[in-house]
Design a protein around this ligand. Structure first.
Ligand code: MD3
Ligand code: FE
Length: 218
């Protein structure tokens, strides 16, 4: 038995740290070390604030189902996009950010070169087969100098990211269970989206992809 054999199961598929765009760092498999803790915390968040399909200001029902945890959460309805401390479905505050979520996000940000990142919001996106997120910018946060940390769980998805203008040529990258991407610096305002999820079965999450998006919103 060689050292390579011992680590065969734990080794990420590509390089551990990959620069996708200026200021954007992909940490392949970074969330796997805390997988059980993260999935248990996710179950507790979803039990307290169930997934729902929100409506865009233009009146379209989003194919991605969403919920939030943290001091504030991202919401959309006919009135617009915004952060709100209250879950509009229940009238109660969003569940607290689990300690395991905060530790994962802060640790990944530090490893990517953004020390001192403390998220106050976690948007949880659930994709069923066919669900997609069209090209957009994240502009509802107060301080664009703060990075965004994204954690992919469940089925793999094709993530698309371009540049600062909608028409900029977009690159594609597959994000798999446990992959973490930190978007900071110049890439923070890049257009990005997720192509329609391909059907499949994931050992832990079934026919779904879940993405945790950590932000400093306020
Ligand atoms: C690149 N979510 O919730 S996370 C979103 O996979 C969102 O659910 C996607 O885009 C998802 O707004 C992508 C990766 C991500 C998040 C924010 C970014 C990439 C980003 C901000 C700037 C550039
Ligand atoms: Fe986004």
């Amino acid at each position: 038995m060689t050292t390579a054999d011992l680590f065969a199961d734990a080794a990420p598929a590509g390089p551990a740290r990959e620069e996708l765009a200026p200021g954007a760092v992909l940490l392949r498999g970074h969330a796997l070390a805390r997988e059980a803790e993260i999935l248990a915390a996710l179950d507790a968040v979803v039990a307290a604030a169930p997934f729902r399909h929100m409506v865009t200001p233009g009146g379209f029902r989003m194919s991605v189902a969403m919920t939030n945890c943290g001091r504030t959460g991202w919401v959309t309805d006919r009135k617009g996009y915004r952060y709100d401390s209250v879950d509009p479905s229940s009238g109660k505050p969003w569940p607290d950010l689990p300690a395991s979520f905060s530790a994962l996000a802060s640790g990944a940000a530090a490893q990517a070169g953004y020390p001192g990142f403390v998220p106050d919001a976690c948007l949880v996106n659930r994709y069923a087969p066919g669900a997609r997120l069209s090209l957009h910018q994240d502009k509802d946060e107060r301080d664009f100098a703060q990075p965004i940390v994204s954690v992919s769980l469940g089925l793999p998805a094709t993530f698309q990211f371009g540049g600062p203008r909608r028409g900029d040529k977009a690159l594609r990258v597959t994000l798999a269970h446990g992959d973490v991407v930190v978007w900071g610096g110049t890439s923070r305002l890049y257009y990005h989206g997720v192509l329609a999820l391909k059907d499949g079965e994931h050992a832990r999450l079934g026919r779904a992809r879940v993405n945790l998006t950590f932000r400093r919103a306020l």
